[in-house]
Structures are given as C-alpha cells and as structure tokens.
Write a protein that binds this ligand. Structure first.
Ligand code: HEM
Length: 400
C-alpha cells in the first residue's frame, strides 16, 4: 500500500499520544482531540487519531475500507513480524478461517459448563488474599486470570513464566518507535520462535485450547502454519487485558465506597457484570489499535487518503460526552448503557474473548462482594506503563 500524501485538510495536533505524560494521564489530550474533530492528524507519528465514539464505531464496523492486515501496529516491522498471521491482523476470508476455532473455544456455549469452576476459583483466590487484611489486589487478579487462561490453554508448565513476561511486551511493540518499543521488540519477536519450539503438539494438553488448534489444523479447518500465530490470540490477548481491566475495576470500587456498597446491596444489588462493564468503559485496558484506509474515504467530514494509518482511541471513546452525556467522566456501576462501550472492539474484530473476560469479571466481583464488607485504598498503586495498555501493576487495598 503506498504511503499517503501529507493531509491537505482536516484538523491536526502536535499531541504525542505515547509520551510519558500522556500515558500517565491521557484524558486531557483525548478531550482536546475530541473537540478538534472526528479524525485528527498527528504529524508526530503520521497517524489519524479517532477520539469520538460514533466515528470510531463506524470505522470498526467497516472492515473493507479500514483494514487490519499490516495496519494494527504503527511500525512496518511489528506489522510484518509480530502480527503477521494473527487473527487480529487478518481481513476477509483469512480472518474468518482464523476466527472459527477461537469461537468454538471462547463462545458463550463453550464456557457455560465451566462457569462453576471459574466461580470456585474466584472464591478461593479472594479468600486467600483478603485474610491478610491488606493485600495487593493486582497480584490477586493476576493469579486468578493467569490461573484460568494458562491452564485452559494447556501450556506446558515450564513455559508459563516466559509467556506471562512476554505478553505486555507484545502490546508495547504495537506503538511507535520509542525507548519502550526498542526494549519490547526483541522480547515480542522471540515469542513466535519460543512457541514454535516449546509449545509443540506433543507438549500441550490434548483437551485444551492449544490442543484444539492442532486438532483444527488436522481437520483442515485451518492451515498447519496458522497454529503458532493463532496461539497469540490466547497468549497476548487473553492475559494483561483482563488483568488490567479487573485491577482497574477494584481500584474504582475502592475509590468509590458508595458504589461498592451498591454492589453488595440487596434491594436489588447492582450487578457485578455492570460494575465490570462500567469500569471497562471509563478506563479501557487497550487504549488504541490501528487500521489503514484501503481507499480514499471520509471519517465524518474529514477526508482520509488511501493508505492513511488511523488509530482508534478506545480509551477516548468511553469518555465522549456526545455518547455518554455530562456524566461521561463519572464511574457509575448502574449506568444503563455502559455495555455500548467499544473497549472490547466492534465489528468483525470484536474481542473473541469477551465472554470469558466478562465471566472472570463477574466471578471475581461476586466473590469479593460476598466476602468483603468494605474496601479501602491502602497506598498509591503503581502504574504499568505500556504504549497500548493502561492499568496498574500494583494495587494495595485494605478490607474493612
Ligand atoms: C477486559 C479484557 C479484554 C479487553 C479489554 C480486550 C480488548 C480487545 C479489543 C479492543 C479487541 C479488538 C481489536 C481490534 O479491533 O482490532 C480485541 C480482540 C481480540 N481479543 Fe480481546 N480483550 C480482552 C480479553 C480477551 C480475552 C480473555 C481473550 C482470549 C482468551 C481475548 C482475545 C482476543 C482476540 C483473539 C481478539 C482478536 C479478534 C479478531 O481479530 O477477530 N481478549 N480484544
């Protein structure tokens, strides 16, 4: 695809979405971008940022005009190495082929029988951590989410730490060239080779997600060469996203005791799924992903030339007052339409793990509400810095 000509129309801004200051608090930058227009050119990285809800949704739903192949990350190197062959970066029939085996494993029906196990694990994990009185909620969430995802993947025991350590690096490598990017690139790049060597058919559990990928290749549903890139659907996409999303939910509930009380209330209690969904709306764990325009087009009234790199700002769409009204910045677990958020994507690439993430959120919050009368912050949480992900690495909380 040819590089686009410099834009001749449309709003422009010198905001750096990936600076330390913006990663620390992106919301003032997002508000500025939303005021500037539906698509704002950022010359610093030669990308079009999409900060508003309606136009971001339209772009996500139009996967013929806004393609994902060689477009999700901001560098050619990441697009042609780390992302090549993954479901996230595929279009059309190739995307449909890659998505099918994932839907079998991650669909609502596949998960129904596993609900009791997830609730049981949530109950036990919460109990173990909260008995100390003060605990690191990020560590609790990590243990719970990784315990499910790594186990259900059927990963050999010896590979689990490597996979957990590399997951965030993969997202860092989606951003522009920077100190973070160059540090992450070798770690993310080594992942495919590691999976190909260490996660072979004879080493994965047969009745697992990865076992099912090898079976799908044997049945001819996918190609043998699809198996390793498809593993990233679980390895990269299924860990830090949910871990950060749930950690943020607990931070927001601790900071808003009246909302936590509503979650525990009885007449009727607010829904744990509603609380998780609202936290995802207001603090998206994935702040942005890319697309490229496959033809000359428009986003709102802004002309977008063929080949342009766009950057869908999920993190900004959840705060757009055009969609959410005057309370866009307020955390409200009973918000009736919070499930409209774009934090789990929309259109063809809607998160394949959305039912699992929701089940994990529901189970952990149900266990917490049953066991913990009140939650309070017990110190300053440490932010996890990443070019794409947002959330906290630690979250000290006290139970009352
Ligand atoms: C709160 C947790 C999660 C968040 C915020 C999240 C976010 C997202 C987003 C924004 C997309 C859309 C990408 C795009 O438009 O290009 C996506 C896609 C995807 N997610 Fe998630 N995700 C979460 C949990 C999970 C889990 C638990 C899994 C698997 C175990 C998973 C697997 C995937 C896969 C495979 C895709 C690609 C789908 C496709 O391209 O067709 N995600 N996710």
């Amino acid at each position: 695809m040819p590089r686009p000509a410099p834009p001749t129309s449309g709003p422009s801004s010198d905001i750096d979405l990936f600076s330390h200051a913006t990663l620390t608090d992106p919301y003032p930058a997002y508000a500025t971008l939303r005021d500037l227009g539906p698509a704002v050119h950022l010359p610093r990285h030669d990308i079009w940022a999409l900060p508003r809800y309606d136009e971001a949704l339209a772009v996500l739903k139009d996967s013929d005009t806004f393609v994902s192949d060689e477009a999700v990350a901001l560098t050619d190197l990441a697009n042609t190495t780390i992302l090549k062959g993954t479901v996230l970066a595929a279009d059309g029939p190739v995307h449909a082929r890659l998505r099918r085996p994932l839907s079998r494993q991650l669909g609502r029906r596949a998960l129904a029988g596993r609900r009791p196990d997830v609730h049981e694990l949530a109950d036990a994990t919460v109990r173990r951590h909260v008995t100390a009185g003060t605990f690191d909620a990020a560590e609790m969430v990590r243990e719970f989410v990784a315990g499910i995802v790594l186990e259900w993947m059927g990963l050999p025991e010896v590979t689990r730490d490597t996979v957990l350590d590399a997951a965030a690096a993969i997202f860092d490598a989606f951003g522009p060239e920077s100190e973070r990017y160059f540090k992450a690139l070798p770690v993310a790049g080594a992942m495919a080779a590691f999976l190909a060597q260490e996660v072979t058919r004879d080493k994965v559990r047969p009745d697992s997600w990865l076992g099912a990928l090898y079976d799908a290749a044997d049945e001819g549903l996918i190609h043998q060469t699809d198996v390793v890139p498809l593993m990233s659907a679980y390895v990269a996409a299924g860990l830090d996203t949910t871990i950060l999303g749930l950690t943020t939910t607990l931070r927001l509930l601790a900071e808003h005791p009246e909302q936590y009380e509503r979650l525990r209330g009885e007449t009727p209690a607010s829904s744990p799924v509603g609380a998780f969904t609202e936290a995802l709306r207001i603090e998206a764990p994935v702040q942005g992903f890319g697309r490229k325009a496959s033809r000359d087009t428009h986003i709102g009234d802004v002309a977008i030339p063929e080949g342009s790199q766009v950057w869908v700002l999920y993190g900004s769409t959840g705060r757009d007052a055009r969609k959410w009204g005057d309370t866009a910045d307020t955390f409200d677990i009973d918000r009736p339409d919070s499930a409209d958020h774009l934090t789990l994507g929309a259109g063809a690439h809607t998160c394949a793990g959305n039912h699992l993430a929701t089940l994990q959120g529901e189970a952990l919050l149900t266990a917490l509400a049953a066991q913990v009368p009140a939650l309070k912050p017990a110190g300053t949480p440490e932010r996890e810095f990443n070019q794409v992900l947002r959330g906290h690495a630690t979250l000290p909380l006290t139970v009352a």
